[in-house]
Design a protein around this ligand. Structure first.
Ligand code: SF4
Length: 281
């Protein structure tokens, strides 16, 4: 088990400055959920102070229960049809030009929530010129082809779905997910959207080996991913999975080099990298 004392490269001060407060106020005034808050992201101070945030659509109750994630789980609320317009207004007020949209898993919906992603993008485009999107979707379980078809009317966007960890750790870290299903979604997206960047993210520090991570990178690349983000897993709640290792910043640099050698053309790798961290870089 990792030592309780955090290495100095993991300590990060939260920034509560005026621009952070302004972001907070706008988000709350439109009743928008963010993954920044719901997942207890350590970058919230930095990102919100820069006037950016990642929108969490379709509520904050997930139909899965991954023990690395702080988002609540259970029976979700019905979809809120006012959400697309509320997000669009928030985007306008914040002056966002690159919006990352993610969601909880909605296994209760026939399309996994694809049409809500599409509607949010449509509403944002109606109200905001020149907006660009990155969508970080669920795995769309039994509706992958149909969900991708629904989303295709909202192109262009960066398509992202996180593999999160190595295949061996799926039963522990992502019990509702299937490693091959994630690869299949990324592969289907790369075929259906040939000119679209396809992205995924991996958390390190859950007990994976170097060889296993290389295998994930190779699998992602083979599936058609061109972008990858790699960051340190941090335990968000008392009951969440333990951190098994704090990977050094030097090792993250090595991972960046390794991922580029494997063939990724966009790589972000550092302890605080998250899939939406500096996504517009
Ligand atoms: S890295 Fe992403 S989730 Fe974290 S605060 Fe920044 S925008 Fe939000």
């Amino acid at each position: 088990m990792a030592s309780k004392r955090l290495p100095e490269w993991i300590r990060k001060k939260m920034q509560y400055n005026r621009s952070f407060m302004a972001t907070d106020e706008i988000i709350n005034s439109h009743g928008i959920q963010t993954i920044c808050t719901n997942a207890k992201c350590p970058n919230k101070g930095e990102c919100w102070s820069r006037g950016t945030a990642t929108v969490l659509i379709m509520g904050n109750i997930c139909t899965r229960n991954c023990p690395f994630c702080a988002v609540g789980h259970g029976k979700p609320e019905p979809l809120d049809m006012s959400e697309p317009e509320r997000v669009a207004k928030m985007v306008k007020e914040m002056g966002i030009t690159y919006l990352v949209i993610t969601s909880v898993d909605r296994d209760d919906l026939l399309d996994g929530g694809a049409s809500q992603f599409r509607d949010v993008m449509d509403a944002c485009r109606n109200m905001n010129d020149d907006i660009r999107f990155e969508i970080l979707t669920p795995d769309f379980k039994g509706s992958q082809a149909k969900s991708l078809e629904i989303l295709s009317s909202a192109l262009p966007f960066v398509f992202s779905h996180n593999i999160e960890t190595v295949s061996r750790l799926y039963p522990t870290a992502r019990p509702g997910g299937v490693y091959e299903r994630t690869l299949r979604l990324l592969n289907l997206a790369s075929i259906r959207y040939p000119n679209t960047p396809i992205k995924s993210s991996i958390m390190l520090g859950l007990g994976e080996t170097e060889a296993e991570v290389i295998e994930v990178l190779e699998d992602l690349h083979e599936a058609g991913c061109t972008r990858v983000a790699m960051g340190q897993y941090l335990k968000p709640d008392r009951d969440s999975l333990e951190v098994k290792e704090y990977v050094t910043p030097e090792k993250f640099e090595w991972w960046e080099k390794t991922a580029r050698e494997i063939g990724f053309d966009w790589v972000m790798s550092s302890p605080f990298t998250r899939s939406s961290y500096h996504a517009d870089a």
